[in-house]
Write a protein that binds this ligand. Structure first.
Ligand SMILES: Nc1nc2c(c(=O)[nH]1)N[C@H]1C(S)=C(S)[C@@H](COP(=O)(O)O)O[C@H]1N2
Ligand SMILES: [Mo]
Length: 429
């Protein structure tokens, strides 16, 4: 019988390990956990009772191929779904949130990507969709989808975050991480670099801004600085290996990596080049940040560095003391994440988490820290640092600078409180 390693839930047992410091101890625990079972009692007996334990599904053929032809998650994962933010005026000017606590790795599956629609999801037949590019260009052009898809293509993995993500955290804390951080996703986007298309139409040197307009009932319009358009903007038609989902802008969306989600205009139908920003509704009365002195901060395009622990998080209950993996995401609209620190004591002391590779710019970066819970109350926090040296602020520091009149761009350190019974909840400290 194969011997399994075990992690003793008794904290005193840790003294049996060589004294290599607490960091090494928890890492050792993690390795042991990877090679063995958390509750080894059942495993030892399993070998002897193997024949009795042969499950029913080994005794007959499983389901056939193509059932269904487009695959679905296991029915046992039916609880992993988007959730609507309650209290919205209509179901079409509305928002649903990504179930981050159940995301396994960097990529958000297409069916779980949060949705933000200002006028519902239009049903667009791709052969009827057109993209008009005009204004300060040498030759204004109208593109069909099949024409756009003949251009050289690019694929890149980027997060997309609504600048309203966490808006409730200014004063009304949500219970789960889906509620606090769920206006966030990360996909591999495929399409044409906007710079390629601008070459084709011949952007006039006076063109400094581009108006992007969506073909939805909201006719979402935003002004994009030309530097961003030429840098890394994508006209995306692909999402995680398939065509865009209708909710994400089928058949064509703008994707502005690292910028507030609102500017990644879905169902993109028009780009107009001009000399100045176009001052649309969504960049004047909305998507501006009211500062403590009553003035408004305009054009806060970039999503600053942020992170959150998703396992464990609000609504979870730790099942017993001993090993638990702390798992979360960090991201920055300015580039790569360079470090994530994790605290289990509300920010008094910090440990460096392991970052998942490859480290990509403007991309969700999963982080992990092995943790041995001794049963004492804990305050779990994560703090992201990006390659520019920007450090994610504490809640009090953010409020000191920004006040509490803002809706958008809340990026404070999140605290999850763990009680001695293992209940996890949102704590504003
Ligand atoms: N045409 C159009 N584009 C849009 C929107 C919209 O309502 N209409 N919502 C914006 C907002 S506020 C966000 S946060 C993102 C959300 O993208 P997603 O629904 O693909 O997650 O799309 C942006 N692009
Ligand atoms: Mo948004």
């Amino acid at each position: 019988m194969k011997k399994t390693h075990r992690i003793d839930p008794d904290p005193a047992a840790s003294s049996a390990l060589p004294s290599q410091g607490r960091r090494r101890l928890v890492e050792a625990a993690a390795l042991l956990a990877a090679g063995g079972a958390m509750r080894p009692t059942g495993v030892a007996q399993a070998a002897e009772q193997d024949s009795a334990l042969v499950p029913a599904w080994m005794k007959h053929q499983g389901a056939s191929i193509l059932s269904p032809a487009y695959g679905q998650p296991s029915p046992y994962e039916a609880h992993v779904i988007r959730a609507a933010i309650p209290g919205r005026p209509t179901s079409t000017a509305a928002t649903s949130q990504t179930p981050l606590a159940d995301q396994r790795g960097m990529i958000t599956p297409n069916g779980l990507v949060f949705e933000r629609h200002h006028g519902g999801v239009p049903a667009i037949a791709p052969e009827q969709h057109r993209l008009l590019v005009h204004g300060l260009v040498r030759r204004p052009l109208v593109f069909r989808m099949d024409e756009l898809m003949r251009f050289p293509s690019v694929s890149r993995i980027h997060f997309l975050e609504c600048s309203g993500n966490g808006f409730g955290e200014w004063d009304a804390p949500a219970e789960t991480v889906q509620g606090t951080h769920g206006l966030l996703s990360c996909c591999e986007w495929t399409g044409v670099a906007l710079s390629t298309l601008l070459d084709e139409v011949g952007a006039n040197p006076q063109a400094k801004w581009i108006l992007a307009e969506g073909a939805d009932a909201a006719a979402m319009t935003r002004s994009i600085p030309i530097e961003k358009a030429l840098d890394d903007a994508i006209l995306a038609y692909g999402q995680n290996g398939e065509m865009l989902r209708p909710e994400q802008g089928y058949p064509l969306r703008l994707l502005l990596p690292g910028f507030e989600g609102n500017m990644s205009v879905k169902w993109l139908r028009r780009l107009k080049l001009g000399e100045a920003p176009f001052m649309t509704r969504e960049e004047t009365s909305k998507y501006t940040d009211l500062m403590p002195d009553g003035t408004a901060r305009q054009f806060s395009f970039v999503m600053e560095a942020k992170s959150v622990i998703v396992r464990p998080s609000g609504g979870h209950r730790l099942r017993g003391t001993g090993f638990h993996e702390i798992f979360g995401f960090a991201w920055s609209g300015r580039g790569k994440i360079s470090r994530v620190d994790v605290s289990i004591d509300g920010g008094r002391s910090w440990q460096m988490a392991r970052l998942q590779e490859p480290l990509l710019p403007k991309c969700l970066t999963p982080f992990r820290l092995p943790w041995r819970w001794d049963g004492a109350p804990a305050l779990l926090q994560s703090r992201a640092v990006d390659e520019t040296g920007y450090v994610q602020p504490t809640r009090s520091r953010l409020i000191e600078v920004r006040g509490t009149h803002s809706v958008y761009h809340y990026n404070a350190i999140q605290t999850w409180q763990v009680t001695h019974t293992g209940e996890v909840s949102n704590a504003h400290i």
